[in-house]
Write a protein that binds this ligand. Structure first.
Ligand code: C2E
Ligand code: SIN
Ligand code: SIN
Ligand code: SIN
Ligand code: FE
Ligand code: FE
Length: 411
C-alpha cells in the first residue's frame, strides 16, 4: 500500500503521464491502475459515454488476474449499459454523482439502482464494496465512469471505501476526464485521416485497421515485457505503435484505383507499383516531430520487410525510392533488410498485417479458415516473421482471436 508521501508523488507523476500519453486505451489502463493503487482496490472498470449509452471499456481484476499464467492479460468482453438510474454505473453517469456503496448485495430497497449480479456470475468473482465516480469535464459533461471494486485493508480483507478514498479519486478523476476528451479528439482526427484513405479502398475497413493495431500492440507488449523493457518505456511505445499501426498502409492513397481495387491477382508490373505504398506512406512522416511520427515512419516503411531478407522496399532512400548506394541487389531494387536490421515496429506490424489479411476477405480473395491461417503463420516463422515475436504470438493466440472477434467486419 502507498503512504501519503508516495501518493503525493504519484499525483504529480500522473499529471506528467497524462501530458505524455497520447493514446486513449493506454491512458485508460494507466488511470485505472493508479486509481486502484490509491484505494487499494482489488478490481476496477472504466466505462466510456457513447451517445446515450455507457460502454464497458476497460477492466482490471487482481484476484482473477492471479489465476492466469504470468504475463497473460484478462480477456473480457465489451458490453453496454443504458445511461439511466437502473444500474449503478448508469446512475452515476446520468446524475453526475459519486456512489460509495459498502456492500452491493445490501443496497436499500428504495434506491433507484440495483447491482447486476451477472458480472459476478460470469466471472466467478464476489463484488462487495464499490466506489463509482463520474469522469466529468469542467462544464459538467460526463465522458465516462470509473468504478473501483473491493477495497482491501492491510491484511487483504475487503472493507468499504473511505471518505479519504473519495477525495483522492475525485481529485484526479477530473484530470482523467480532460485527458480522455483530448485523447478522443486525437483519435477522431486520426480515424478521419484513415477513413479518407479507406475511401480509396472500400474493401479494407476501419475494422481491419483497428485489428492490426490491436494485434500489434498485444504482441509487442508481451514481447517487450519478456525482454525486460521498463514499464514506462513500454507504455509510451505502445501509444505510438497503436496509432502508427493504424496508418501502416496510408501510402495506398497514392496508388491508382485500377491497381488498388483490382478484383484479381496483380501482374508483376502492378505489384511493383503497389510496393511503393511503403515509402510513399513513410514520406508523410519524414519530419519527425514526436515519438508518434517516428513510429509511423518506421511502420509504413518496414511492414513488408521479411525476416529472411526477401521483403521490400529494403535499403532505399524513402524520399526518392532509389536504392541506397552500396545496397543494390539485382537490377534497380535494393537489398531487403533482414532479421534485426528490420525495426521491431516493422517486424511486429508484419505479423499483425499478414495474419489479418489471411483471416479476412480481400478484394482479391476470401478469408481463410482459422486452421489454414495458423498453419501458414507457423510455416512462415523464421522466414517472413521474427521467431521470438512468433513465440509470443502463439502464446497469446487466444487474445489474438478475441481481438478478431471484437472488431467484426461491418458488411
Ligand atoms: P494486404 O491485402 O493488406 O496484404 C498484406 C500482406 O499479407 C501481403 O503483402 C502478403 O504478405 C500477405 N498476404 C495477403 N494475402 C495473402 C495470400 O493470399 N497469401 C499469402 N501467402 N500472403 C498473403 P503483399 O503481398 O506485399 O501485398 C501488399 C498489398 O498489395 C496487399 O495488402 C494488397 O493491398 C495488395 N495486393 C497484393 N497482392 C494483390 C493481388 O493479387 N491483387 C490485388 N488486387 N491486390 C494485391
Ligand atoms: C489505410 O487505408 O490506410 C489502411 C489500409 C488497410 O486497411 O490496411
Ligand atoms: C503474396 O503473398 O505473394 C502476395 C499476396 C497474394 O498475391 O495473394
Ligand atoms: C510471401 O511469400 O511473400 C508471403 C507469404 C506469407 O508470408 O504469408
Ligand atoms: Fe502494406
Ligand atoms: Fe494492411
Amino acid at each position: 500500500m502507498l503512504d501519503e508521501k508516495q501518493k503525493l508523488k504519484e499525483i504529480i507523476q500522473l499529471g506528467n503521464d497524462i501530458a505524455q500519453i497520447q493514446d486513449l486505451d493506454i491512458l485508460l489502463e494507466h488511470i485505472l491502475t493508479k486509481a486502484r493503487m490509491f484505494t487499494n482496490a482489488d478490481a476496477g472498470s472504466i466505462y466510456i459515454v457513447d451517445g446515450s449509452i455507457l460502454k464497458f471499456q476497460y477492466n482490471q481484476n487482481n484476484t482473477l488476474q492471479k489465476k492466469l499464467p504470468e504475463g497473460k492479460k484478462l480477456i473480457y468482453s465489451t458490453f453496454t449499459v443504458p445511461i439511466d438510474d437502473q444500474t449503478i454505473s448508469g446512475y452515476v453517469a446520468n446524475n453526475g454523482e459519486m456512489l460509495n456503496i459498502p456492500n452491493v448485495y445490501m443496497i436499500p430497497e428504495n434506491a433507484p439502482y440495483s447491482f447486476g449480479a451477472r458480472y459476478d456470475e460470469l466471472s466467478e468473482y464476489h463484488t462487495t464494496s464499490m466506489l463509482t465516480i463520474p469522469l466529468k469535464l469542467s462544464l459538467g459533461t460526463v465522458v465516462g465512469v470509473l468504478q473501483l471494486i473491493n477495497a482491501m485493508d492491510r491484511k487483504g480483507r475487503i472493507i468499504p471505501f473511505s471518505r479519504k478514498d473519495e477525495q483522492y479519486i475525485r481529485h484526479f478523476a477530473n484530470g482523467a476526464a480532460v485527458a480522455i476528451e483530448r485523447a478522443q479528439m486525437t483519435r477522431t482526427l486520426l480515424l478521419r485521416m484513415i477513413s479518407m484513405a479507406e475511401l480509396r479502398d472500400p474493401r479494407e475497413t476501419g475494422a481491419h485497421v483497428n485489428r492490426v493495431a490491436a494485434y500489434a500492440v498485444a504482441i509487442y507488449e508481451a514481447w517487450a515485457r519478456r525482454r525486460g523493457d521498463a514499464d514506462d518505456v513500454i507504455r509510451r511505445n505502445l501509444g505510438s505503435l497503436r496509432m502508427a499501426a493504424m496508418l501502416h498502409d496510408v501510402g495506398k492513397v497514392a496508388i491508382s484505383d485500377v491497381i488498388l481495387k483490382k478484383p484479381a491477382h496483380l501482374v508483376e508490373d502492378e505489384y511493383q507499383i503497389m510496393k511503393q505504398h511503403t515509402f510513399l506512406g513513410a514520406r508523410l512522416f519524414n519530419e519527425k516531430y514526436s515519438n508518434f511520427d517516428e513510429a509511423a515512419y518506421l511502420v509504413a516503411l518496414n511492414h513488408h520487410e521479411r525476416w529472411d531478407g526477401g521483403g521490400y522496399p529494403g535499403y532505399i532512400d524513402a524520399a526518392t525510392g532509389e536504392s541506397l548506394p552500396g545496397f543494390e541487389a539485382q537490377g534497380k531494387s535494393a537489398r531487403g533488410k533482414s532479421r534485426e536490421e528490420i525495426p521491431a515496429y516493422g517486424r511486429v506490424v508484419a505479423i499483425a498485417d499478414v495474419y489479418d489479411a489471411l483471416a479476412s476477405n480481400r478484394a482479391y480473395k476470401k478469408a481463410w479458415s482459422e486452421d489454414r491461417v495458423l498453419e501458414t503463420m507457423k510455416e512462415e516463422t523464421g522466414k517472413h516473421f521474427d521467431p521470438e515475436m512468433m513465440e509470443v504470438f502463439f502464446d497469446n493466440v487466444d487474445l489474438i482471436k478475441a481481438i478478431h472477434a471484437r472488431y467484426p467486419e461491418e458488411e
